[in-house]
Design a binder for this molecule. Structure first.
Ligand SMILES: [Zn+2]
Length: 275
């Protein structure tokens, strides 16, 4: 297990940069949490946060220096394999894109920053501002390889930042995994696809469909819905669609079956299934 310390930038009385509708402190928390979820679900990472709620690190009086000192103290006490601080950028002029900071070149922190930046550059379709070096307190004073991610510019591209949040979290997660030389395998979200489904035109076909389903072991039955006779989406996703009572749906693997009466219809479907 790799032990990661995530630091969502700002928080509490410090909103960070202010966008048209959001604060940096909230977006940085969302990005950090979503990134953590992906990594934790892979089963190879532990993530602990300097903050996982909207708070700052000061007592009665807020002051940025105290906030950073206390934040870094907490991170150093927790001790992790790496430290990642999450931020949303701001600039006075129109600016766009992502950049990842490390304190010094030639460090493990630079390797981490490069790994994260490479994924963001390749996968987000946003401006790539590359890896940069700066004397950020959270990068300099943490006792582990540390980098600071600046995801987008809140004033110029808040809408993009929000829209691409899932993808950004995935990019950062994969970048961190790359740093450790681990391929991040995501749980494939296998959709439940039906082998067979019977689609009825109306409830009048229900007897036939139910008869087949009962005798043939639980085949899903669907009926076209409403005045428009809309076809339920799960029916269209089935590998084989048996349409009784017509008309054709356009399903790529569809068979139209019917009989003179409900018994004959049921027989036709059963014969087809047992062919
Ligand atoms: Zn910030």
């Amino acid at each position: 297990m790799y032990d990661l310390i995530f630091d969502p930038g700002h928080g509490g009385r410090d909103p960070g940069a202010v966008g048209p509708t959001r604060y940096e402190k909230d977006l940085s928390l969302t990005l950090a949490k979503q990134t953590a979820t992906i990594l934790v679900e892979s089963g190879k990472y532990n993530v602990r946060f300097t903050r996982d709620i909207d708070k700052d690190f000061c007592g009665y009086y807020f002051n940025v220096e105290t906030d950073l000192i206390n934040r870094v103290d907490i991170a150093n006490e927790m001790r992790g394999s790496v430290f990642v601080s999450f931020h949303i950028n701001s600039a006075n002029r129109e600016a766009h894109g992502n950049e990842v900071y490390a304190w010094q070149p030639g460090s493990r922190a630079e390797k981490l920053a490069k790994a994260i930046n490479a994924r963001m550059a390749a996968q987000l379709d946003m401006v790539d501002r590359g890896v940069k070096f700066a004397n950020w307190y959270v990068c300099r004073k943490t006792h582990m390889p540390a980098c600071l991610v600046e995801y987008g510019f809140i004033k110029s591209e808040e809408d993009v930042i929000i829209a691409k949040m899932d993808q950004a979290a995935l990019s950062v997660a994969q970048g961190i995994a790359d740093y450790f030389g681990v391929i991040l395998t995501l749980e494939a979200e296998e959709e439940d696809v039906l082998e067979n489904a019977i689609l009825m035109f109306s409830d009048e076909d229900y007897w036939s469909a139910k008869d087949v389903s009962a005798k043939d072991g639980g085949i899903a039955i669907f009926v076209r819905q409403g005045k428009d006779k809309t076809i339920p989406i799960d029916a269209m996703k089935a590998k084989q669609l048996i349409t009784i009572g017509g008309p054709e749906t356009g399903h790529t693997n569809e068979i139209l079956l019917s009989g003179k009466d409900k018994y004959k219809t049921a027989d036709a479907v059963r014969n087809y299934l047992n062919r």
